[in-house]
Design a protein around this ligand. Sequence first.
Ligand code: AMP
Ligand code: MN
Ligand code: MN
Ligand code: MN
Length: 288
Amino acid sequence: MRRFVDLHAHSNASDGQVSPAELVRLAEAKKLAAVALTDHDTTAGLAAAAEAAVEFPHLRFINGIEISARFDTGTLHILGLAIDPQAPQLAELTHVLRDARDQRNPQIVASLQRLGLDISMDDVFAALPPGSVRGPKAIISRVHIAHALRKKGYVASVSQAFERYIGDGAPAYVEKDRLEPRVAISAILAAGGVAVLAHPTQLNCQNDAQLERIVRQFMRAGLNGIEVYHSDHTAYQTRFYLELARRLGLAVTGGSDFHGPAKPDVKLGRPRVPAAALTGRLAELVNR
Ligand code: AMP
Ligand code: MN
Ligand code: MN
Ligand code: MN
């Protein structure tokens, strides 16, 4: 019996570097019991990943998505796990989110041009990793603009691009229209999925009590799970989120947030997430 799962990973359908099929093959090579593809704001990679997973009877593939939403003091991402990728409300939402990016990316590039940099959207497209989803389904994020800045020699690394140019508060930063959390949660629920608060540490709450208040507020909007295990979590945080999940009756999940070689410290399957730690529908899906 395989014992570990990874329910948070990206492909080149968003800002990861491996294709959906490669992700599935990597998960098989690591002998995971289950893997979820959870690209930012898109379901475009799910069909290819599911198709690749047909070859591996001991690996369960789970359809997922990671949706960014409005939160004032930190990063709020909601994972949708075991979603129906074809569900109309979710399809409509991903469409709206992609249109918002299509508007914003040229604005970021225009701000960079005003700062005197010679960069265009074509440079951004040219810097996409090989195999990336292109055309009307493509999710182009600031990470891709950062890659273009690095390729053109303006910065030494992706993180330097964020610091100097496109990170929050940097000179070429452009605000994104932010989605209300309840809209993200309800689209996931309407798609039959489990709505999970991703990497709660990134909310930057002041203390555990504030985090609990926020989690309870999201639960009133339909949230039904919390990402207990994640590559950003300390051992203390993991214990605290696990205790919170048990106390509030939230489903327990976890994953690496794998993005490929660009984030070498984040490896698929790390931290180890025991299949036995999953609860609720996810446990049924993985352990059946
Ligand atoms: P966007 O959705 O286009 O606003 O881009 C957000 C993406 O940028 C997220 O996937 C983050 O992982 C990435 N990101 C944000 N800040 C940084 C940073 N300082 N260094 C590297 N990547 C970052
Ligand atoms: Mn990302
Ligand atoms: Mn995230
Ligand atoms: Mn992620």
